[in-house]
Ligand binder design. Structure first.
Ligand code: FAD
Length: 446
């Protein structure tokens, strides 16, 4: 049995973050990662010809002022950020409009929306916690009379959470993310300070891995943990195909849906209850399907997010990002990388017939949105992804309802990542969770 002071499972933002934060305290730390590269869901693939392609969108909410940026600073990583996102365009079934033209709010509606936004600013965390079990649909129906304002708020909620219906988006999470963004200028028609790392999200996660190694952390890639055994006395043992490991501190930084398949708990009521909660939560996530493309000339050039509460003819929410409009270093000169996705449920993404039908209709709509797209495609990947943003941000699943970073009765076992305690859009939730988890460990072992 290999013994370390701390073992972290998973080299995503959360695992790399915890390893970086713990390292340097004289601890012998090992990080075990299933794949051959760091980053988890936040990776950049380098393709021949100068293309650098991120998994999906990977915009960092609040950019250089985000939880991710705080985490980078704490572990001594410095990266360059792109220019910020400058607003939203919406497809009305015929043409693109900016948010102002599309929602066409009256002066009274603009005032009502501004008053609602202003009410978020002084809200305390405890006041936001109270909204965690309320749905965005209910929140809107209690506070907003105007249909266009309601549609605007639902669209923002969907962009934050990748969930498809206002009924399944938690108002607590919506307000928390909105309030955080407002500190950096997010308001009606603008996103505040959303940015990406220059060179792709993999630049950020790659630098995190490098920093952890430089500080002395050992990272083993291609080392999937196949079994995690929590003993009756609460201690933990880990097994890969070839090795077994033990540490006083074990941090599981993998999503819940990957954990349920490998963890074995003892015959103990607390542990069994905890495990069944994991099983109940494993499909409480979000999904998307769509196209990632390299294009000979830009479909649009502005650094904006293109969206729609419902894609005409498809009926799902739309998210489009032209990565190259923020960072032209990631494609051959003059070319564009675009991600064109529809948010959907995990069940819809897994259903092959639904996917085929939806992607077919979606592509027809994309051709209406951008009439010269087909003739300019250099490469195109039709894809789907289940488990975008960690545990879904539905009523009763956010804030204090999330799985905690430590469980009573499981000594030395900790959790981090976008499925656990930590607010914010995906990567910020993972970064926040890493910082909460590392503080917890430091407090326990100080
Ligand atoms: C298509 C897509 C688009 C997205 N867009 C955005 C966006 O625009 N903005 C945003 O903020 N977030 C976005 N996200 C979400 C964001 O990627 C995640 O929230 C964040 O990366 C989660 O980090 P994590 O460390 O919690 O988990 P992960 O990144 O999932 O890391 C877990 C790691 O554990 C490893 N692992 C799993 N099982 C084992 C095992 N048994 N043994 C060893 N290692 C294991 C995995 O290989 C992985 O490296 C997007 C995600 C996707 C998929």
């Amino acid at each position: 049995m290999n013994a370390y002071d701390a073992i972290v499972i998973g080299a995503g933002i959360a695992g790399l973050g915890v390893a970086g934060l713990l390292q340097g305290r004289g601890m012998r730390i090992l990080l075990l990662e299933k794949t051959r590269t760091p980053g988890g869901r936040a990776k950049t693939k380098e393709m021949p010809g100068g293309w650098r392609i991120d998994t999906g969108t990977h915009c960092v909410d609040n950019g250089d002022k985000s939880a991710c940026a705080d985490l980078l600073k704490k572990i001594g990583v410095d990266i360059a950020w792109t220019r910020p996102m400058q607003g939203m365009g919406i497809f009305d079934g015929d043409k693109w409009k900016d948010a102002g033209q599309y929602f066409n709010l009256t002066d009274a509606e603009v005032k009502q929306l501004a008053e609602l936004e202003d009410s978020f600013v002084p809200m305390t965390d405890a006041e936001i916690d109270v909204l965690d079990k309320t749905s965005l649909a209910e929140f809107i129906s209690q506070r907003v009379k105007s249909e266009p304002v309601a549609e605007y708020l639902k669209t923002i909620g969907m962009v934050q959470t990748t969930l498809t219906r206002a009924e399944i988006i938690s108002a607590g999470e919506f307000v928390s993310i909105y309030r955080e963004g407002m500190k950096f200028g997010a308001r009606y028609g603008g996103f505040g300070n959303i940015r990406m790392p220059v060179g792709g999200i993999g630049v950020m996660t790659g630098a995190m891995a490098k920093a952890a190694i430089q500080k002395g952390c050992e990272i083993k890639y291609g080392a999937p943990v196949i079994k995690v055994v929590v003993n009756k006395n609460g201690t933990t043992e880990l097994f890969t195909e070839t090795e077994s490991y033990h540490a006083n501190v074990v941090v599981i930084a993998i999503p819940i849906w990957q954990l349920v398949g490998i963890i074995e708990v003892a015959d103990d009521p607390l542990q069994r209850e905890w495990y069944s909660r994991l099983v109940r939560l494993k499909d409480e996530t979000s999904a998307s399907m769509g196209f990632t493309m390299g294009i000979r000339k830009p479909l649009f050039t502005e650094p904006v997010y293109l969206s729609a509460w419902r894609i005409p003819g498809v009926g799902l929410p739309l998210q489009i990002l032209g990565h190259t409009n923020f960072d032209e270093t990631i494609a051959p000169p003059g070319h564009m990388i675009a991600f064109i996705g529809a948010c959907c449920t995990p069940q819809q993404a897994r259903d092959e017939a639904f996917r085929k039908d939806t992607l077919g209709k979606f592509w027809e709509t994309v051709k209406q949105m951008f009439p010269d797209v087909e003739e300019n495609v250099v490469w195109k990947v039709d894809g789907h992804y289940v488990g975008i943003d960690g545990l879904g941000r539905s009523p009763g699943l956010t804030g204090n309802y999330r799985m905690p970073v430590a469980m009573p009765g499981m000594k030395g076992l900790y959790f981090a990542g976008d499925c656990y305690t930590g607010r914010g859009v995906g990567m910020n939730a993972a970064a926040n969770s890493a910082m909460i988890c590392a503080d917890h460990i430091k407090a326990d072992y100080s």
